[in-house]
Ligand binder design. Sequence first.
Ligand SMILES: CC(C)(COP(=O)(O)OP(=O)(O)OC[C@H]1O[C@@H](n2cnc3c(N)ncnc32)[C@H](O)[C@@H]1OP(=O)(O)O)[C@@H](O)C(=O)NCCC(=O)NCCS
Length: 178
Amino acid sequence: MMEHQSAESPTVVRLAEYTKADLEEILGTSDDPFGVASTGLTWLPKEEHFGVRLEGRLVAHAGLLRLPVAIGGAELEVIGVGGVAVAPDMQGRGMARLGVTAALTHASTLGPEHALLFCRPPLVALYQRLGWHPLDEDVTVEQPEGRVVTMPLKTMVTPLRDGARWPSGPVRLRSLPM
Ligand SMILES: CC(C)(COP(=O)(O)OP(=O)(O)OC[C@H]1O[C@@H](n2cnc3c(N)ncnc32)[C@H](O)[C@@H]1OP(=O)(O)O)[C@@H](O)C(=O)NCCC(=O)NCCS
């Protein structure tokens, strides 16, 4: 038997809440589990949470929430995806795909036509593999005390229904980033 082979298949679960202990169960204790502390940004917690369980253990998470955004002249909502995390010993085995797919399946029932996420540049190719597209234009986000800053991470989007087209024009998130 292969060393990592497990008797059970991973199960996707909707989590009623997602605590710091849950995050630490996945990524361990770290000051900067997502590698984004150097941005100095303040982030929003996510409102809905999807987990992947394997043999009683929480091994992956993806969160989402509805966010107001201006794109060109239009004011609309998108589904922000964030907190995507997979336990280090379980990475590279499709766990992010499972968690993000579950989050997007739910997101597609909420109304907005697009989902949006921010990621470090090395993860762009991974999210492209999951069907996301990088935005080339700058994206601004809100920060405390009414500050508006240009997001230093890459912004990626994916449609939530057939035929949805990302509107053209500058993208201004009307909230903290997620
Ligand atoms: C980023 C992270 C979530 C990825 O999790 P993972 O479980 O290893 O990802 P998966 O195994 O589901 O891979 C997803 C897909 O990307 C592909 N992929 C992985 N690395 C890739 C790369 N460098 N280039 C292109 N595709 C890549 C995989 O092959 C897989 O595609 P497939 O399902 O068609 O085979 C995980 O490394 C992690 O938790 N990192 C720390 C926290 C973090 O940085 N989170 C990101 C916040 S935006």
